[in-house]
Design a protein around this ligand. Structure first.
Ligand SMILES: Cc1cc2nc3c(=O)[nH]c(=O)nc-3n(C[C@H](O)[C@H](O)[C@H](O)COP(=O)(O)OP(=O)(O)OC[C@H]3O[C@@H](n4cnc5c(N)ncnc54)[C@H](O)[C@@H]3O)c2cc1C
Length: 428
């Protein structure tokens, strides 16, 4: 019987394991291999960075959750993939053979692309923070507490080549809300520096009224912005960025002084995945067909931030298209259906809808968008703001963590409520 190995236990990997276990006959073995022994709910990292959550509140130990469902778990990084021999090498040298491989390894944070970028905690010794991992969010929180004693300017945004813009906006508004609560906002000029061609582009060419609404929100919260920003280097306390015109020509050089900076980096694929011959594009993202299957290795499937998707449009400073949580879950469902079909001797025909739904917290209010499908023109294209989004985001965190604790990968809410809204995981 088949052995299915899933690399990664994040927003993509955990639901993949649960859904695969639910759908496949018990005779098939499922193993999850992850670099970390804790699941982290990445969307809550911005709250950890300002002390609104502790790491314990948004992480879960993986082993007991998976083992209870009869899924094996190995808490070790994969160091190499021999796709011809269907074999993984784990840190320490042990090997693991598979019949099917599902790659959900998320991003490698490419801080090295901008000299001086990245948190000291990442090993690079840089001068900007990140909220991409819970460790990075904790590092920001440690610095932020010192900063509150002697506040100064803050820079928040996204580096050239970034694809994940929602959390950058979210973080700017969360920091603003936190400082207002502390009555310190008047001492902290905030500048939002982004590689997007305009505010609210979000790597998606805009969604509904995202441009005018986010501009209005930034103005309303006294946050200045620089778009088309090609950040070139960071020194201790200074961020250097070249603002480009819509034709890609330099318009202005900015030297922004800061006491704290959080800049989301560009993403790449993780090294052992990127190193497999013919598996990935030059940035190390897995090349897949419409069924989430590797174009070269037919027993390898992939979902999440690690897959290659083309940018929605060319922009003066490079930007990528975001891969959001629900979109990732639709990819996972397609993979599970396809592997199950193959094991039953049927063709693998399932396709994820890749519907982009996102809730961005703004401290006491929030903004939500739905882009169906992700690439315009769209059937559904809306962007709305309100207190309900802040509450919905808290509910989403509780709901997803509960879903991971119970091992139920598509509970009633998704089956009926999202279906009623026309939001489905699989393309008809
Ligand atoms: C700060 C932030 C906030 C976000 N907020 C939202 C949001 O509100 N809503 C939304 O829809 N989306 C959000 N996203 C986008 C997306 O949902 C997340 O990035 C999500 O975590 C991606 O899931 P993933 O499974 O692809 O990767 P991850 O969740 O990052 O998981 C990757 C897994 O792979 C493992 N791994 C990596 N390398 C190896 C290796 N060599 N060997 C073994 N295991 C390995 C890791 O340990 C981890 O378990 C956010 C992203 C960020 C960065």
């Amino acid at each position: 019987m088949a052995h299915i190995v899933i690399i990664g236990a994040g927003i993509g990997g955990m639901p993949a394991a649960y859904e695969m276990r639910e759908r496949l006959d018990q005779s098939h073995r499922i193993t999850v291999v992850s670099a970390s022994d804790r699941f982290q709910f990445v969307p809550s990292n911005p709250w950890v960075a300002v002390g609104w959550r502790t790491p314990e509140q948004i992480t879960l130990p993986i082993a007991p959750l998976l083992e209870r469902k009869g899924i094996q778990f190995v808490a070790r990084p994969v160091s190499a993939i021999d796709a011809e021999a269907n074999r993984l090498t784990l840190a320490g040298g042990d090997t693991l053979d598979y019949d099917y491989l599902v790659i959900t390894t998320g991003p490698r944070l490419a801080f090295e692309e901008v000299p001086g970028a990245g948190p000291v905690a990442s090993g690079g010794g840089g001068h900007t923070h990140s909220v991409c991992s819970v460790d990075h969010a904790e590092a920001f929180w440690a610095e932020y507490q010192k900063f509150l004693e002697a506040p100064g300017p803050i820079v928040i945004g996204a580096m050239p080549g970034a694809s994940c813009f929602g959390p950058a906006y979210e973080f700017a508004f969360i920091v603003d809300a936190d400082l207002r609560k502390r009555k310190l906002r008047h001492k902290v000029p905030i500048t939002f520096v982004t590689s997007e061609p305009y505010i609210g582009h979000l790597g998606l060419g805009g969604v509904g009224d995202s441009k005018s609404m986010l501009e209005s929100e930034l103005r309303g919260h006294d946050i200045k912005w620089i778009t088309n920003a090609k950040t070139t280097r960071v020194e201790d306390g200074t961020l250097h960025t070249t603002q480009l015109s819509e034709f890609g020509e330099p318009v202005k050089e900015h030297e922004l002084g800061f006491k704290l900076a959080m800049m989301l980096p560009a993403f790449k694929g993780v090294d052992p995945v990127a190193a497999v011959p013919g598996l990935c594009n030059p940035r190390g993202f897995v090349l897949i067909d419409e069924h989430q299957r590797s174009k070269k290795y037919r027993n390898i499937f992939s979902a999440g931030v690690c897959v290659a998707i083309p940018p929605v449009e060319a922009t003066p400073v490079p930007t990528g298209a975001p891969k959001t949580g629900y979109m990732i879950e639709t990819m996972v469902t397609a993979i599970v259906h396809n592997i199950a079909a193959e094991l039953a001797g049927q063709p693998a025909t399932a396709k994820g809808t890749w519907n982009a739904i996102c809730l961005a917290d703004m401290g006491d209010t929030g903004a939500a968008f739905v882009a169906l499908p992700q690439i315009p023109p769209r059937n559904v294209n809306w962007f709305k703001k309100g207190k309900w989004v802040h509450l919905a985001k808290i509910a989403f965190e509780k709901y997803f963590l509960r879903k991971m604790r119970t091992g139920n990968s598509e509970p009633v809410y998704e089956k009926y409520v999202l279906k009623a809204l026309g939001i489905l995981r699989l393309a008809e």
